[in-house]
Each structure stands twice: as C-alpha cells, then as structure tokens.
Design a protein around this ligand. Structure first.
Ligand code: ATP
Ligand code: MG
Length: 243
C-alpha cells in the first residue's frame, strides 16, 4: 500500500500551548482514514498541523515521500493537499460557478471547464444553483460546493473536518455517500474527522483515536467499531491504549 501521508512523532500546538503529543499516523492512497476522539482531544489540531496551521515543535510531516513539515499551507495546496475546516470554506459572496472557477486557478484554462463538469457529475445538486451566491445555499449545499472545489483543483489528499456538523441526518448521509463516491470513482485519499463516529467508521478503512492529544488507537476502522470498549472510549473515558 502506498503511503500518501506519514506523520512522525509530532509534537505541536499553538504558541506555547502544547496540544499534540508524539503523534504518529499513516494515511494510505485511496483509503478513507478517520480520526475520532472526544471534544478537545486535538482532532482539528491534527488536521491543521498537517496543513501547516499550528506550531510544530518536533517531528515530521511526510507527504508523497517529501518532507513538508515546514511547507506553508498555500504551497501544500499546490502539492495537492486540500483542507476543509469546520467552518465555511467557500466564498459566500461569490456565485457557485465563480467558486468552482476560482478553484481551478492553478490549472490550464481549457482544463478548468472539464474539471467543473466532473465535479458537477458528483454534485448534480449544484447545477441548478450555479448563478446563486454561495452564501444563499443551505449548509449541506455549501458543503457540497466546498468538496466540489477540491475536485476541480485535482487534490490528491482531502482532509475534511466534521463535514456533517450541523446538517440534517439526510444531508449528513448524503455527504457520507459522496465521500465514498470520491474514493471509489477517483481513488481520492481522504482524511476525515467526524463526530458521527459510527457512520464515519463504517465507511472508513483505517482509524485513529486521539485522547488528550495522544493516539490511543491505530488500526482497522471496523475493529475499532467492534471494540468492546468502543462506546466508553467515544465518551472519552479511559486514556490507556485501546488496542
Ligand atoms: N487557535 C487556537 N489557539 C489556541 N488553542 C487552540 C486553538 N484551537 C484549538 N485550541 C485548543 O486546542 C485543544 C484541542 O482543540 P481541537 O480543536 O484540536 O480539538 P477537537 O478534537 O477538534 O475538538 P472538537 O471535537 O470540539 O472539534 C483545545 O483545548 C482547544 O481549546
Ligand atoms: Mg474539532
């Protein structure tokens, strides 16, 4: 299995505030890897650290075989890493179509329309809204647009931070099936953080559990799902090794 991302013994945080302790993780090409853990355990910080939005005190981030520990976020975007944060990640004052076109700015011009068509084949729901301002979409549609922009710009590693937060169960389920479609149709590698732990693990290949900024479980997503202490760990009870 080809490694897309390797995080090696990373200690990171915000300024002096140490959040992640000796975190190591691997993400394989074409897989969905999910990070779970209680509130405040460092899941978002983990994604931000990979993208270059926190302070890394020690350790390494290796992406497609290159050391990218000190590479800033805008350069990581060019390398094919996409990060969709917990909050809105579209331009609300621009139309859906403009958002999609901007996403393609690093591509050759004639390639952009082709990629937009491809993205719209995954998110046909957006087609009727192309001229609407992104700010006027529903939360679910905005999430569709955010993921569609990632497809336009040909990202190879997609990091999603709670893409189903605040969505209706119906929209949340649609997001889960779209994420699966991205892996199946395009072989996209996905690193997911989810509160909807059960559903996320069901569609995932591998999983990590973080508690208080430390990895307490690493392995097969299904084995975490069927772990006898799973329910307890989901509530953040117990910090000893899960596996
Ligand atoms: N920008 C920041 N500056 C300082 N501290 C931060 C910052 N962002 C997060 N933290 C702190 O880092 C810790 C881990 O937060 P993080 O957002 O990574 O957790 P999380 O697992 O994503 O939680 P949640 O499930 O609530 O999204 C928390 O104590 C939080 O207060
Ligand atoms: Mg978070």
């Amino acid at each position: 299995m080809e490694e897309v991302l390797r995080v090696e013994n990373v200690n990171a945080g915000y300024g002096e505030l140490h959040i992640l302790f000796d975190v190591s993780a691997k993400v394989y090409r074409g897989q969905i890897t999910t990070v779970v853990g209680p509130n405040g355990s460092g899941k978002s910080t983990f994604l931000k650290t990979v993208f270059g939005l926190s302070s890394i005190y020690s350790g390494k981030i290796i992406y497609e075989g290159e050391d990218v520990t000190d590479v800033p976020p805008h350069e990581k975007t060019k390398l094919g890493i996409a990060y969709l944060p917990q909050t809105d990640s579209v331009f609300v004052n621009l139309s859906v179509e403009e958002n999609l076109k901007i996403a393609g700015y690093i591509l050759e011009k004639d390639e952009v329309q082709e990629r937009i068509e491809l993205a719209l084949s995954v998110f046909p729901e957006l087609r009727k809204h192309l001229k609407r301002k992104a700010g006027h979409l529903s939360g679910g549609e905005r999430q569709f647009l955010a993921i569609a922009t990632v497809l336009v710009r040909k990202a190879r590693l997609l990091m999603l931070d709670e893409p189903t937060a605040q969505l209706s169960p119906k929209f949340a389920e649609t997001i889960f099936s779209k994420v699966q479609e991205l892996r199946e149709r395009f072989g996209l590698t996905i690193l997911l953080v989810e509160q909807n732990v059960k559903r996320a693990l069901e569609i995932s290949d591998r999983a990590y559990m973080l508690i208080s900024g430390r990895v307490v479980f690493e392995g097969d997503a299904k084995s975490l799902l069927s772990h006898e202490k799973f329910e307890k760990y989901c509530m953040g009870i117990g910090v000893e090794e899960v596996s």
